[in-house]
Design a protein around this ligand. Structure first.
Ligand code: NAP
Ligand code: MG
Length: 486
């Protein structure tokens, strides 16, 4: 790809030399299901392709689990729960989790590369954000395994049994860690279905479970598409469903689980408002807004996809944002200088493009970076809309791509009204110099996570989850344990 030179305002021109990640990785041609501690072929014999979204080429063939395979996995998990993992001394369970966390750390470079190859996210994110958080989640919940009675004082927490877990493609390993670590720490066993476009790192995690000597059946991994997920959710042998994904699928799952004794937690979509007041540190806010929406190509449920700017600073802020997005580097996810990688799939790119088109048709003004895009693969320039109103689809629907919708407000009360005017309630951001304003605004926002003068910061000790159509239940922290005990 020909890269354009960026002209700095002090007159010099520069370009980065390519800095591709060259660590060798053990990518396999074919991945099998992981059931009862072993890699096994699917009953139906069917496989699907996982592609590299940065060039559209096939990376590997992945076994597709059907009803029979899911059934085998759930039975294995049930057996492991009853015979091994359930009765095991909690401190021993914790040791396994610590061991898994340490192996993840040892292999984190390789896992980060595989994550970037399969999912399209820039290596600096998978290496510096995803993988450290994956290990941190296992370490954190390893520590809780033998201390559950302190987490729930006065109670005797018991595991639920077999947890069926379904996860999306935007943070493949991290979502797996969010789900598996607390479930195991509480003494449950797991059957998990990764997303169709990003199963590879989950299969490498399975190898880590083997290496850690995790008893067979404690975690089973059944890749496949939506029907595999549905088979898992509907299976009678599952005691708890944990789902992260779209609100549409979440609602379907809620309906199918209703009337059964299964426990359910849902982490769904979002349309977060990032609220910028005129008294903020403006350059810091620009960086925060950039990170809020362009991080992971905007494939983030809690992305700050609506920007609410106080009217008096709108023009200045937009001018700074325009300059800043011109410097974002879009391209090879494995290049260490890349800021924005590939869109996860062709289907997702089409969804983004369609919604962007409605934004223009409904009268908002589109501003895009002029950066070059590679010829192959799936890409979208970092973009934002000005002149957006609350009724525009780009203000209401999740774009799940690097596209920001900008609106203005005059008073704090108006900012709160605009921010809450959505069916979602996952996250929000507040940018101001005044601590008192942070507290008063945060109090009024209907969002599960609220960042102040920062955005998209995650930590295993803090709970994460939504209000309204963003779902229910919390993952992370002490609260994340509650979803896996009775
Ligand atoms: P999705 O289409 O809902 O898929 C999520 C997972 O569910 C995938 O593994 C998918 O399999 C599976 N699935 C599809 N249909 C199913 C069914 N009928 N029954 C059971 N499972 C089914 O969502 P996505 O497009 O992958 O992910 C993007 C969405 O996830 C966004 O809306 C985003 O906001 C949300 N998300 C939320 C959070 C959070 O914590 N709140 C975090 C990350 C993402 P296939 O991949 O094979 O289709
Ligand atoms: Mg892929």
């Amino acid at each position: 790809m020909e890269r354009k030179k960026h002209h700095l305002k002090f007159g010099s021109a520069f370009d980065y030399a390519p800095a591709p990640e060259t660590t060798p990785v053990a990518l396999k041609k074919q991945y099998e299901l992981f059931i009862h501690g072993e890699f096994v072929a699917p009953a139906s014999g069917s496989y699907f392709n996982s592609i590299n979204p940065a060039n559209g080429k096939r990376l590997a063939r992945i076994a597709k689990a059907d009803h029979a395979d899911v059934d085998r996995a759930v039975k294995s998990a049930r057996q492991a729960f009853g015979n091994v993992w359930g009765p095991m001394d909690a401190a021993e369970r914790g040791k396994y989790l610590f061991r898994i966390a340490r192996i993840i750390q040892e292999k984190s470079r390789e896992l980060a590369i595989l994550e970037s190859m399969d999912g399209g996210k820039p290596i600096k994110e998978s290496r510096d954000v995803d993988l450290p958080l994956v290990a941190a989640h296992f370490f954190y919940y390893a520590g809780w395994a033998d201390k559950l009675k302190y987490a729930f004082p006065g109670k005797a927490p018991e595991p639920l049994g077999v947890a069926g877990q379904v996860i999306p493609w935007n943070f493949p390993l991290l979502m797996a860690a969010w789900k598996i670590a607390p479930a195991l720490a509480c003494g449950n066993t797991v059957v998990i279905k990764p997303a169709e476009t990003t199963s590879i790192t989950a299969m490498h995690l399975a190898e880590i479970f083997q290496e850690a000597g995790l008893p067979p059946g404690v975690v089973n991994i059944v890749p496949g598409a939506g029907d595999t997920g549905a088979a898992l959710v509907e299976h009678e042998g599952v005691d708890k469903i944990a789902f992260t994904g779209s609100t549409a699928v979440g609602k379907r799952i809620a309906r199918s689980v209703a009337g059964t004794s299964k426990r359910l937690t849902l982490e769904l979509g979002g349309k977060a408002a990032n609220i910028v007041f005129d008294d903020c540190a403006i350059d810091q806010a620009v960086e925060g807004v950039i990170n809020g929406i362009y991080f992971n190509q905007g494939h983030v449920c809690c992305a700050g996809s609506r920007l609410l700017i106080q009217e008096s600073i709108h023009d200045d802020f937009v001018a700074r944002l325009t300059r800043r997005i011109e410097t974002l580097r879009v391209g090879d996810p494995l290049d260490k200088n890349t800021d924005i990688g590939a869109i996860n799939s062709k289907a997702q790119l089409k969804r983004i493009q369609e919604l962007v088109k409605t934004g223009e048709e409904e009268g908002a003004e589109l501003h895009s970076s002029s950066c070059p895009l590679p010829d192959e693969g799936f890409w979208h320039r970092p973009s934002f809309f000005t002149g957006v109103t609350s009724s525009h689809r780009v203000a209401r629907e999740e774009i799940f791509g690097p596209v920001l919708s900008i609106m203005t407000f005059r008073t704090p009360a108006e900012a709160v009204t605009l921010a809450n005017d959505t069916c979602y309630g996952l996250s929000a951001g507040i940018w101001t110099d005044k601590g008192s304003k942070i507290f008063s605004i945060a109090d009024q926002l209907k969002a599960g996570v609220i960042w102040a003068n920062t955005f998209n910061k995650f930590d295993p000790t803090s709970p994460f989850g939504g209000y309204k159509e963003s779902g229910f239940g919390r993952e992370g922290g002490l609260q994340g344990l509650a979803a896996y005990v009775k």
